[in-house]
Design a protein around this ligand. Sequence first.
Ligand code: ADP
Ligand code: ASP
Ligand code: MG
Length: 404
Amino acid sequence: MKIIVLKFGGTSVGSVDRIKNVSNIIISYIKKKYRVIVATSAMSGVTNELVKKSEQISSNFTPEEYDVLVSTGEQISCSLIAGRLNHLGYKSRSWLGWQVPILTTGNYSSSRIKNIYKKDIVKYLKLGGIPIIAGFQGINFQNRITTIGRGGTDSSAIMLARFFKAEKCIIYTDVDGVYTTDPNKIKKAKKIKIISYEEMLEMSSLGAKVMQPHSIQDARLNRIDIEVRSSFKKIKGTTITKRKNIINNKIIRGVSFTNNDAKITLIGVKDKPGVAASIFEPLYKNSINVDMVVQNISSNGKETDLTFTIKSDDLIKTEKLIKKNKKIIFKKIIVDNKVSKVSIIGVGMITTPGVTFRMFNALAKKNINIIVISTSEIKISVLVNRKDLNKAISVLHKEFNLEN
Ligand code: ADP
Ligand code: ASP
Ligand code: MG
């Protein structure tokens, strides 16, 4: 069987007309003799509305009920697609996560897919049916409904491709591929024809929403090639694949950014072994993710200043935890909710000296102050004031020749 997995994102199924459009896309693959498995997101905006409702009901909405609630959007869209295909004379039906079943492990709202039971779907495919599977959801060992993180239908699609040994996995979205930076923000962004898993993983982890980071990890582990393309335009998209398949002379592939960061600085922290661990322990215990960290040594050697970043949503909680932490002594706490992280990504930087200098120099020339820096083998991130964000993305995009 020549199997293909097609994923449709929220905007692609955002209205009745768009659902009619994706049904035609599905049929075009049936006509090319593929057995098609579809993974669908909720109609755009629906999941956000559900999240809002949970917050209005309770500030302590339980994780179990949260997953039951927010997974319902996908039930609507998968049924509408199947219904449209039926209307056009095709055999199709919807499948919710628990019906497949798609087995997950881990915490509610950030579970990971562990296993997908294939039997019923294989039987259905052999009978010429088109299964439309609700993305983003699964069921755990306690027999309860789970979700796999916002944007998770990307992961659902990759895992379906893995378990059904699909020839291809195509992610249909509202842009016609992966760009050098967000094309909805920077007009000069250029489409990337082919990109490695490693670079894509960094790009999405550092803010490029076009693919969910976990899905890229899953694709890399299982060697699944992905094509990202538009459900609105019939043009070739971007291939995400292993590094060996790529000949590329660009040092930097893309610029990613986030604009929901916050920064906390502790001034005059009593410096003794274990102090950093004491600061971060309660944050870790409350599932607050610390991103960038920088520590300065003070002139007297007894005190230090420590700066770190977190998501702005976690700011109030973090501030409270720090203030009531009896294990640390400090003089002052400064919080700043108006910072953004800008990152350049590319495997080329492993073998090319001077990338750091070029980045810092380009930002300096535009008077952009760097607050914190963090690096890995294939990326350099800097924290800047949010007012400088657009300028920083543009200048780095130009500096590393991404405009042509
Ligand atoms: P879907 O609903 O199809 O899953 P998303 O909204 O999750 O779509 O992702 C698509 C969006 O990702 C685009 O509309 C675009 O604004 C944003 N985006 C951010 N960075 C990039 C990038 N480097 N390339 C393409 N799109 C990007
Ligand atoms: N509907 C979910 C979300 O909005 C999952 C997805 O779209 O992939 O996060
Ligand atoms: Mg998405």
